[in-house]
Design a protein around this ligand. Structure first.
Ligand code: CDP
Length: 785
């Protein structure tokens, strides 16, 4: 079921660049395309050491480089009261430029402003920093010992950042102890990077009115405006944040980075516009990483496979500053969704986070704040349990799914799942993949010694942060908003507090307005990302746009419809109670021949409105009553080459349930993109550090992004279980494939290797790792024989 508006696959309604007298040229609508008279370029000096005292910074040679105008250091910023930035959830602070010491390789140490980009880079290279290396803490387990204290600036003299827990600790321990079957496995979700196509960047200048004009790659422009005002003291009305086309975000463009602050300081100090555009290496080494969770998963079950208890204890590597972009009350994000699609009677989850000498982050990489880690933990755990029980992974899942008649379902860890039909979604996936035939084929191949695997992931996630009683960022509640204006001709504009990074809001929001108001979607303009025009909202990440901003659009449109009804009654010369909205127009009840269209009403709203207030506009701020709980059943079929360890993903079926679908083609595109990212994490991507804290993945030759050659063919489909509380019945979908797919890939590879006795391999399942696991397992078998 998709809503009945005309499909809009070819509509390209785009946000128009605001008229700006100082704008002189532009190729596209990206920050890097902007150019202003007198613009300077900013390049950042970065640390070569992961942990070192800064003995001195000498800028004299840099100042001699032709074109260099100024250099600023951490001490300069500290003197201006801008040495440190608060991190998003407000529990830590982060150096803008290093003060006293550096805490990770590639940390920002000084800022160089010059007439050209090349001069800025040359200037940065000419800055001489004298470092005295300090011992490096490269993993959270070493950090735990507190032998090297990384953050003496903090009151608590420990590397331990926080302990967070949820659920019934004692009840879980009791249930686990009395469970006839138990599994326990450490799973590491490696450090990854969202690696959007365009890196981060900004242009900052103060206009002739002294107002900060800040063009920036931001997924949350209004939050930036408020945060900048609070940090810099510039009144909020004197800050204009414009977030143009982003070239992808995936959570990477939520935090406020040092480069942004330096650009603003430079623009203020020098009195000229300043542009800062990250290089790919800067993006991969210093901006928000994701994951890096070491999870000890323990599941208890009865002998016939009914789950009895779940315990997950996580050690989290947060890097040098606790800059995870999580809502205030959720330092470990929504990790509590770790019970997944299963009816656990009792559960307990805990996370301990530590500082290390690595880049800060912990951002929601296409993920509703740690939901991907949670989903991986439970979906791998269920497969390990199936193996322990000698049970089919599908049978185990079906036995433990939350039954569809138990929704809304209160989970053991405090969530109220809104709706779902997990059996149906899995059945569609099994039917599509042809499970029985695959099992037969697998048995035949196994008899021949070939390694074929079938892997499942039947995940549930929580998206749409979030209800104001639980969710805020820097104290600002996580509602979202929409403003719709219908013009006299029936064309219109919709603005929201969300911000598309390529998800197609320009298409789907126009469709939603068209559906609610019976207008032509081709004539509905969509504009996002400009704090002067958009109503206040918390932005786009964690698949919150459809559940929150999308709902706000529906509600604003319905407000317009109510106003329009009054005008329709006037036009139809009947009382308002006699008018009904049917088949996309107003009609006199019981008289199908007496109708007016919304287009006619729109014209009348400006030309013939009698005693009714003129105009046809509405704004709505939507505070969601609950999250939405999209889910899916993913099946992966792989062949593993016994000689080389190479895995071929032969088939991948993804059946998603995101409630009512607004645009099937956009949803399919979202799923394709997310699956490709899941594939990359499962097989090729990891931000690695050596024991000395050196980052080993500083560019795209070391941190691989799959091309169309490596990417498998995706087979997608949908089931539809509407969300009961969303005004359109829709749930978010953007992150589901990234959340759900890694476990399906890993489960398939481990299933292929299970005849050899391999129980687990941590991602990424690179050829050499899989080959080593095969070789070791064969050697072990040979020894036992
Ligand atoms: O917050 P974000 O836009 O990343 O994620 P989303 O709400 O899951 O939406 C991603 C894209 O899919 C948007 O263009 C949505 O309007 C569209 N979508 C849809 O067509 N139907 C759904 N049920 C959910 C999302």
């Amino acid at each position: 079921m998709s809503i009945q508006a005309k499909p809009l696959h070819s509509v390209g309604v785009r946000m128009k660049r605001k008229e700006d007298p100082r704008f002189i040229q532009g190729k596209g609508n990206y920050v890097d395309d902007l150019s202003f008279p007198g613009m300077l370029y900013l390049s950042l000096v970065r640390s070569t050491y992961p942990h070192a005292e800064i003995k001195s910074i000498d800028i004299s040679e840099a100042m001699k480089v032709p074109g260099v105008k100024a250099v600023i250091t951490g001490k300069d910023l500290e003197a201006a009261g801008l040495g440190w930035l608060p991190t998003f959830h407000g529990f830590d602070k982060q150096m803008v430029l290093a003060i006293g010491k550096v805490l990770f390789q590639y940390q920002e140490v000084a800022a160089v402003f010059a007439e050209t980009r090349a001069a800025a880079v040359d200037g940065a290279e000419a800055v001489q920093v004298d470092y005295a290396p300090l011992p490096v803490v490269a993993d959270p387990f070493t950090s735990k010992t507190d032998k090297v204290l990384l953050r003496p600036d903090r009151e608590s003299k420990t590397n331990h950042i926080f302990h967070w827990e949820v659920g019934d600790k004692d009840g879980t321990a009791r249930a686990m102890a009395s469970s006839p079957k138990r599994i326990k496995q450490r799973l590491w979700f490696q450090r990854c990077h969202p690696a959007p196509l365009e890196p981060c960047g900004c242009v900052a200048y103060f206009d002739t009115m002294g107002r900060l004009q800040f063009h920036v790659t931001s997924q949350a422009p209004h939050v930036y405006r408020t945060a900048l005002s609070l940090v810099t003291g510039i009144p909020e009305d004197k800050i204009h944040v414009i977030s143009p086309d982003l070239g992808g975000g995936f959570g990477n463009k939520v935090p406020v980075y040092p480069g942004y602050v330096c650009a603003i300081v430079g623009a203020l100090k020098i009195g000229r516009p300043v542009k800062w555009i990250e290089t790919r290496t800067e993006n991969l080494t210093s901006t928000g990483f994701a994951r890096d969770y070491h999870m000890d998963v323990e599941i208890g079950a009865t002998a016939d496979g009914k789950v009895t208890a779940l315990h997950v204890a996580t050690t989290a590597d947060h890097g040098a500053f606790d800059a995870a972009a999580d809502p205030t009350k959720y330092p470990a994000g929504i990790f509590g969704i770790v019970t997944g699609s299963y009816a656990f009677p009792v559960a307990h989850a805990e996370v301990d986070a530590y500082f290390t000498n690595k880049a800060p982050g912990g951002i929601a990489y296409r993920c509703s704040f740690r939901v991907t880690e949670a989903s991986y933990a439970i979906e791998r755990g269920m497969d390990i349990l199936a193996d322990e029980l000698g049970m089919d992974a599908v049978e185990l899942r079906k036995k433990n799914f939350i039954p569809k008649d138990q929704f809304p379902y209160p989970s053991a860890l405090g969530f109220t799942y809104d709706s779902g039909d997990y059996h149906k979604t899995l059945d569609v996936a099994l039917e599509t993949i042809g499970y029985s035939a695959l099992l037969k084929e697998q048995a035949e191949k196994r008899a021949r010694g070939e390694l074929m695997g079938i892997g499942f992931s039947t995940f549930t996630e929580a998206v749409g942060a979030g209800p104001s009683k639980h969710f805020d960022i820097l104290g600002i509640k996580m509602f979202d908003s929409a403003e719709i204006r219908i013009h006299p001709t029936g064309a219109g504009i919709v603005r929201t507090g969300a911000k598309s990074q390529g998800q197609g809001h320009e298409t789907t929001w126009a469709q939603v307005v068209a559906e609610e108001l019976g207008l032509d979607p081709q004539t509905i303009m969509v504009e996002e990302g400009d704090t002067d025009t958009a109503p206040y909202g918390l932005g786009t990440y964690a698949s919150r746009s459809t559940p929150v901003a999308g709902a706000a659009i529906v509600m604003a449109a319905r407000r317009i419809r109510e106003k329009a009804r009054k005008i329709a009654a006037h036009l139809l010369e009947v009382g308002e109670a006699d008018v009904e909205w049917t088949d996309y127009k107003f009609q006199v009840k019981g008289v199908p021949s007496k109708t007016v269209t919304m287009k006619e009403v729109a014209f009348a709203a400006y030309t013939n409105m009698a005693q009714i207030e003129p105009g046809l506009e509405a704004t709505y701020y939507y505070d969601p009553p609950n999250m939405t709980y999209p889910n899916g059943a993913y099946v992966s079929v792989v062949d593993v080459d016994r000689e080389t360890g190479e895995t071929k993903v032969r088939r991948f079926v993804a059946i998603d349930d995101c409630g009512v679908v607004i645009n099937p083609m956009i949803v399919e595109g979202q799923v394709h993109g997310g699956l490709t990212e899941g594939f990359a994490m499962a097989f090729i991507q990891e931000i690695q550090y050596d024991a000395e804290g050196n980052n080993l993945n500083t560019n795209f030759t070391d941190y691989l992004v799959p091309t169309s050659l490596e990417t498998p063919h995706w087979e997608t489909g949908n089931t539809v279980t509407p969300s009961p509380h969303h005004p359109m019945g829709a749930k978010g979908v953007g992150e589901s494939p990234n959340v759900g797919s890694p476990a399906a890939f890993v489960n398939a590879v481990i299933d292929a290797l299970s005849p050899l006795g391999v129980r687990h391999i941590d991602m990424p399942l690179s050829r050499d790792k899989v080959w080593r696991a095969i070789r070791d397992a064969e050697a072990k078998k040979a020894k036992q024989a």
